[in-house]
Design a protein around this ligand. Structure first.
Ligand SMILES: [Zn+2]
Length: 249
C-alpha cells in the first residue's frame, strides 16, 4: 500500500485522538446495526443519524448502550427533554436492553476463527468495523472498499501514501458445480456430468490475453475473462465487449 507514487500524501491525522473517540465509533456502529440504520423514532434512512439517549442525560439517563439508540436530528430536537416513552416510543427501551443476537453470533464465530488462526503461530491482529471507520476518518481518507481494507486493525500506519495507487480488484469466480451426475425431477440419473471446461490448460474465468492473428475478421489482441464453450471455442469478455468464437490456440 506504500507503492511509489507521485500523488499527494494524505494529510497527517489529528494527533492524540482520545481513546474515547474510538469507543464512540464502536458504539455508533453497534447502534446503527441494532436499530437497522434508520432513525429509531421516524424510521428515516439516508439521513445523518446521531446517538440518542432514551432517558435524557439531564434526567439522569446513563451512557450505557441499554439507554442508547440512534435518531435523526429533527426527532432528537423534537424529543427534547422527554424520555422515549414520553415521546411515544415505549418499545425502544426493551429493544435497547436486548442484546444484539446476530452480532453476538458473528462475534462467537469470529473468536473461534481467531483462536484457530492464533494456533498457527502466525502474527495475527483483529479489528472491528468501528475501528476501521475511525482509522479511515482520522486519516481523512475517502470511503472506498480498498481503503477500508488498508485501515483494518490497530497496526494501521499513521500516514501512508494513497495518491496514484490503483487497487488491484480481484473477483472470485465460481467453480464447477460439484454434482457428478445430474438427475431428473424424480431423482433418476438424467444427464451426464457437466463436461469439463478446461481446454488447453485454460478454464472458464481465467484472465487471458488472446492474440488473434491478422487475416481473421476478429484480428487483434483481447484481454479479458475467458468462457469455454461446449464447442471448444472460447469467448473472451473484455471490459468493452465480449469477443466470441476464438480458437483456444
Ligand atoms: Zn427521526
Amino acid at each position: 500500500m506504500t507503492a511509489p507514487t507521485h500523488g499527494r500524501e494524505n494529510p497527517s491525522p489529528r494527533k492524540g485522538s482520545p481513546q474515547g473517540e474510538l469507543a464512540g465509533y464502536e458504539i455508533r456502529e453497534y447502534l446503527l446495526e441494532k436499530f437497522g440504520r434508520k432513525c429509531a423514532y421516524c424510521t428515516a434512512t439516508n439521513v445523518p443519524l446521531q446517538i440518542e439517549h432514551l432517558v435524557p442525560k439531564g434526567r439522569h439517563g446513563s451512557n450505557r448502550v441499554s439507554n442508547l439508540t440512534i435518531a435523526c436530528k429533527p426527532c432528537h430536537d423534537a424529543k427534547g427533554t422527554r424520555t422515549a416513552a414520553e415521546f411515544g416510543h415505549p418499545e425502544l427501551q426493551a429493544q435497547a436492553r436486548a442484546p444484539l443476537r446476530d452480532a453476538a453470533a458473528v462475534n462467537a464465530t469470529r473468536w473461534a476463527l481467531s483462536r484457530r488462526l492464533l494456533a498457527t503461530g502466525l502474527p495475527l491482529e483483529t479489528g472491528t468495523g468501528g475501528r476501521t471507520k475511525w482509522n479511515r476518518t482520522t486519516r481523512e481518507l475517502p470511503k472506498t472498499h480498498w481503503l477500508d481494507a488498508v485501515c483494518v486493525g490497530a497496526s494501521t500506519p499513521e500516514r501512508f501514501r494513497v495518491g496514484g495507487v490503483i487497487a488491484w480488484l480481484i473477483t472470485a469466480m465460481r467453480r464447477h458445480r460439484r454434482q457428478m451426475g445430474r438427475t431428473s425431477a424424480a431423482g433418476f440419473p438424467d444427464k451426464k456430468a457437466k463436461a469439463t471446461s478446461v481446454v488447453g490448460g485454460l478454464r472458464t474465468g481465467d484472465l487471458v490475453r488472446a492474440v488473434v492473428p491478422t487475416g481473421s475478421v476478429k484480428a487483434g489482441v483481447y484481454i479479458g475473462r475467458l468462457a469455454i464453450r461446449a464447442t471448444g471455442a472460447c469467448n473472451v469478455k473484455t471490459p468493452q465487449r465480449p469477443i466470441e468464437g476464438i480458437h483456444v490456440r
